[in-house]
Design a protein around this ligand. Sequence first.
Ligand SMILES: NC(=O)C1=CN([C@@H]2O[C@H](COP(=O)(O)OP(=O)(O)OC[C@H]3O[C@@H](n4cnc5c(N)ncnc54)[C@H](O)[C@@H]3O)[C@@H](O)[C@H]2O)C=CC1
Ligand SMILES: O=C(O)[C@H]1O[C@H](OP(=O)(O)OP(=O)(O)OC[C@H]2O[C@@H](n3ccc(=O)[nH]c3=O)[C@H](O)[C@@H]2O)[C@H](O)[C@@H](O)[C@@H]1O
Length: 443
Amino acid sequence: MKIAVIGTGYVGLVSGVCFAELGNEVICVDKLSEKIAMLIAGKTPIYEPGLQELMIRNSNAGRLRFTTDFASAIRESEIVIIAVGTPSLPNGEANLEFIQAVASEIGSVLNGYKVIVTKSTVPVGTNDQVVNWIREQTAQPFDVASVPEFLREGTAVRDTLNPDRIVIGTSSQRAANVLYELHRPLTDQVVQTDIRSAEMIKYASNAFLATKISFINEIANICEKVEANVEEVARGMGLDSRIGSSFLRAGIGYGGSCFPKDTQALIQIAGNLSYDFKLLKSVVEVNKLQRGSVLDKLHETLGNLQGRIIGIWGLAFKPGTDDVREAPAFDIIQRLLDEGAELKVYDPIAQDNFRQVYFSDETSINWCNDMWDVVDNSDALCLLTEWDCFVKADLEEIDLRMHGSILIDGRNVYRLEDVSKTGLHYYSVGRPVINGQLDHTLA
Ligand SMILES: NC(=O)C1=CN([C@@H]2O[C@H](COP(=O)(O)OP(=O)(O)OC[C@H]3O[C@@H](n4cnc5c(N)ncnc54)[C@H](O)[C@@H]3O)[C@@H](O)[C@H]2O)C=CC1
Ligand SMILES: O=C(O)[C@H]1O[C@H](OP(=O)(O)OP(=O)(O)OC[C@H]2O[C@@H](n3ccc(=O)[nH]c3=O)[C@H](O)[C@@H]2O)[C@H](O)[C@@H](O)[C@@H]1O
């Protein structure tokens, strides 16, 4: 099949590459000429494991091309996939300006029947508007379908090639048939439904996953007070097939380009219809507070943080990505700076992005070139992203090289029995403290 993908971000580029891998003829379009130049040169603008190799293989096979020439790409394709961003507006609603611009542009160049697929995450009812925005520009025939994307950054290629399900929302059986055909090699698990339900499935899925995370984080906070171990609790809960074991990892809260944005958007969608989504509001609130748990532990152990040297391992919102959108590390670092702490930080992949996006003018952060430079002479070390290099770090070496002995593990990566063999004072999330104690009377 001939496919045009509009937008070469985390979703568009991965989808384009994977559809080419399945044997389709794919042309990826972006309005940023530097991005397209880079892609033509065989370099991915984002870090995503396995993507670059797959991209080069399919480009060399002639199945994958990149262009800024929107009109030609649309005209030569049977399927057009919209994968541009839908970031939050200041009030939390999704900003649809990029979707609208693309829809109008598609309308202005349409040259015969095509299936227009919205993969971007959009509020319920948006695809009806997409139809209108296209229709305003053309009398050519077309159908619109909502096919939301469920990939995770860091495992995007694997998720795209092995999806749990594909959701096809459309009122046109002709479009549905084309899209069944396109996704047939990926899975038999296809949910065909109306457009609005498809749009809602995406928000409901992200909101539910975010709810699981905030739920287990609150359980973890209670575990700390009653001296239970949240990992044991999650293991015991997860074996119940009605609950499931995934997304029950306690930590410093969720970040990234989607859960924070999509939970806010769903609260807003409901609010616009006079529905107060109380549960989801609490999920968001709990997530915000959870980022403070690292600071609470630093205060309890070190007191005033003025002049203290705090080491930070990990800046990305999760391992396996260079994406720093809504990374918990930002809030934590900002608060540490406000309190006068001296910071040494390191991330194996996301450091340049993080620095550029959040702290390009900040002179008081020591951006280390090596994870062990962070440890040397620190009063406390905080692990914020569970990159493999940190997970595999030698605990004895941490203990030896630090000035202090406080290790705050925001992702519960170290085994308690391993830590207890060292002199480290170890604080994780919802698990027993090793060689120290927390004062639970403190707020
Ligand atoms: N990042 C993720 O893991 C996932 C994202 N989504 C959703 O997919 C959508 C895209 O997300 P990302 O890929 O992260 O966004 P992104 O911001 O990484 O990429 C969007 C791309 O679209 C391009 N673009 C914008 N307007 C354009 C136009 N008129 N013509 C051509 N290109 C244009 C931008 O230059 C950019 O390269 C969002 O709605 C997001 O919520 C859904 C599932 C997963
Ligand atoms: O709509 C989207 O963009 C995507 O959002 C998430 O994917 P992503 O944000 O890439 O990564 P996740 O693995 O879901 O992690 C999100 C955040 O939750 C945190 N998390 C995840 C799982 C967990 O058990 N605990 C936890 O704190 C991670 O550290 C991370 O900060 C969803 O998992 C995808 O299905 C969805 O397509």
